[in-house]
Structures are given as C-alpha cells and as structure tokens.
Design a protein around this ligand. Structure first.
Ligand code: OGA
Ligand code: MN
Length: 398
C-alpha cells in the first residue's frame, strides 16, 4: 500500500473502549470504572454518564427500567415525550435490500430524541434470516486473518486458525466466550489508541454496502465504511462511557448494528456531565449517531435477555410426524394463522409424511449454532468512516 514506507501513524483512534466482563481486565480505562476509586476519576461528582452507567449495571438491587425508552413501543405517527418520529429517505433497489437482509423500507420505523438530536434509531429493519446472515458473518467469517481479534493479541489463536471452526470442532471449549472483539478495515491499536495507516485490511464489501445503504436512508449520500469493531457481549459484559472521536472525518455518522441479546444503551452529550438518555436496543436495531450527537458519550451498562428471538423465523417449524425442519408456505400460514403448526399430510407442501398430530416449535437454538450464539450473547457491529471523501493522504485518495 502506498504511504506505508513512511510509517504514517495518525493521531486518531477508537477511543478508550472495549467490551469488558466481570472477569476481564482488557482495558485499563474500563477497569477504572470497575474500581470505583474516586481518585482515578476526574470530576467524579459531575460524571453523570458514569453514575448512570453504574446505576444500570448494578445487580443488587436491580435498576428500575420503567423509564428506559422503548422505541419498539413508540408510534411512528406522533411524538411522545422526547421520542420523535424520523422520516427516512429510501429509494433502494429491491435486490439490494434483499442482499442486505433487510425488509421493505416502507415497514421501517425510525425515531430521534428531542433531547439528543442527531440520534436516529431504526427499529429492526432486518428479516430473521438477514439477522442470522450478519451474525453468521461476524462469527464464521470475520474473526480470522486478515482481520484482528483479541484472541490474536492474547496468543489464543494462531495465524490461519478460524475461531468459529475451532469452537464447532469442540476443540475450542472455553474459546467461545473468549472472543470479545474483531477489528475490520483500518485496525485500531488498543494500546496506542491510534489508527495505523499501514495496518489495514480490506473492509468487507457486503458490510460496506449495508452501511452505505443505511447512511443514505439518513441523508449521507456517499458514506464509506472504512473501519469497524465487532463487539461480542455476554451476560455480564459492559462497555464503559466513551466517545468515538478519533476518526479523521467527524462529519460522517457512527453506525451501530446489534444482533442477539438485548441491551441498555446510554446516550449522553459531549460532556460527561450531560444527562444520558437510556434506551433498549434489541436484535436488528440500528443506532446512528450523526451530526450533533456524533461526538456524544455513550455506553452499554447492561445486557438483557432478549424477550423474543427476532433472528428466528417464526414460520420455521418442526414437523411432529417426521421430525424434520420445514418452512410453512405462505398459503399454509394464511390458512392456519400466524402461529400455525405445519403438518405433514398427504400431498402437503411440507413433507411426505402423513402424520397430522401437532408439531413442535423449532427453537432458535436447534440445529443452528449461529442462532444458539445469538440466544446467549450480543453482537454489535460498530462502523465508522475514517476519512473525508476526497481527502488525500500520502498519495492515497479516500
Ligand atoms: C463502540 C460502541 C455500542 C454498542 O463499539 O464504540 O459504542 O451498542 N458500541 O455495543
Ligand atoms: Mn462507541
């Protein structure tokens, strides 16, 4: 790559953030949050986002979640409190939507907050299979060379080894929960907190297309995904309050896609003293931090178990007769209602078996290790554009 010989290291980075769990000591700044030692904390009394982070993280007594904003229950027709419907632009090709695992945009609901302009929250625009697809990319394909993972850094993955394959072969054992992050595109150095111009791998083209499509919907016509962190959260994981301030171009939004278990997301302002809004984030939800909220503090104080498995195709059922997985046809679903049990009957669309007793629901976990992972953990894909369009750096045009 041109420019590498001059070892250009930009003073730009993902800020001090990485997902931590109770047992983890990955990032010293995150641990500062855990230590509760006021001498480590600047302006402790006014660190409102940290206070709220600790409140929602607390186990005993558990926090009151009744005031947490639930966009899923908001109506796209009228504002309610600080929740304001947001009009998306879409002129997307059906094939592109399908390729990205998205539903028809006319069905999407999006909101902003009057208290936090610049936030755009799109309530799950993905199909169930789209969710499984992206989770599968994050689990099967992305945590390996040339992308970086915390496992490489810890010496737990040798060059050429595929984490998911090791886990599936059973050799991984405890390796499953040990994957905490994967970096794509421009890699972030967690120690120097810099983007290194010479440490870059190709950004996955399909994820770049998805990011560009979502950015277009909120008015950013030529968004280019250049770096991403895929964060893996387990039941006790948190992400401490931080800002992502290190990209060269701070006018392009941060895009955040979540799959699997739910979370509480805190969005503050540019100052730690600004009161954060707390919101539920569920599988498939997209959070866009643009314009006024691009530099805002944010954090994930708590993972919550998902009430519904949105990555699970409700039409996918197990036949009670022959015990095979079947997809109910639209015709069958219409006749029998949404919760219809597919039956195997003579000449049925489902299978050849002629048993007609009730069949069981297929749980998301059965036969699909990606769905099983989503049933336990949360995957967050956090995408950034690093450079301004047309920016020329050491002979490379972005
Ligand atoms: C990040 C981030 C938020 C989330 O990776 O920088 O803010 O919802 N992630 O996991
Ligand atoms: Mn962030």
């Amino acid at each position: 790559m041109r420019g590498c010989s001059s070892v250009v290291i930009f003073c730009c980075a993902f800020s001090a953030c990485c997902v931590v769990s109770e047992a983890s000591t990955m990032d010293p700044e995150d641990m500062e949050v855990e230590s509760g030692n006021p001498s480590n904390v600047l302006n402790h009394n006014h660190d409102v986002i940290k206070e709220r982070f600790k409140y929602f993280k607390r186990r005993k007594p558990p926090p009151d979640l009744s005031q947490v904003i639930d966009f899923d229950h908001a109506t796209a027709e009228a504002s309610l409190g600080s929740v304001v419907p947001y009009q998306l632009n879409f002129s997307e090709d059906k094939d592109v939507l399908q390729e990205c695992g998205l539903t028809n945009p006319t069905e999407w609901k999006a909101f902003t907050l009057s208290t936090h302009p610049g936030l755009i929250f799109i309530c799950n625009p993905f199909t169930a299979s789209g969710q499984r697809h992206w989770a599968g990319r994050c689990l099967r394909d992305l945590p390996c060379h040339p992308n970086r993972t915390n496992l490489d850094a810890q010496g737990l993955l040798q060059p050429g080894e595929n984490w998911w394959k090791l886990c599936m072969d059973g050799a991984g054992g405890s390796l499953m929960k040990k994957l905490r992050w994967v970096t794509l595109g421009f890699h972030h150095d967690w120690h120097s907190k810099l983007y290194n111009m010479c440490d870059r791998s190709p950004f996955p083209a399909d994820l770049a297309r998805l990011a560009a499509l979502l950015a277009r919907c909120v008015g950013f016509a030529d968004y280019a995904a250049e770096a991403a962190i895929v964060n893996m959260y387990h039941a006790d994981s948190t992400l401490a309050p931080h800002t992502d301030h290190s990209e060269w171009d701070m006018t392009a939004p941060l895009l955040s896609l979540s799959f699997g278990q739910s979370a509480i997301f805190l969005l503050g302002g540019e100052d730690r003293a600004d009161a954060p809004a707390a919101m539920f984030v569920r599988s498939g939800d997209v959070i866009i931090m643009a314009n006024q909220c691009r530099k805002s503090y944010h954090s994930v104080p708590r993972i919550l178990s998902a009430g519904d498995a949105r990555w699970h195709d409700s039409k996918r059922k197990r036949c009670g007769g022959c015990d095979t997985l079947r997809v109910a046809s639209p015709k069958q679903a219409r006749h029998a209602g949404a919760d219809a049990e597919p039956r195997c009957s003579p000449g049925a669309i489902l299978c050849e078996c002629d048993v007609t007793e009730a069949s069981g629901d297929v749980t998301a976990e059965e036969g699909d290790p990606v769905a099983a992972y989503l049933g336990r953990s949360r995957i967050n894909i956090n995408v950034r554009q690093v450079f301004q369009r047309g920016q020329v750096l050491h002979g490379e045009t972005h």
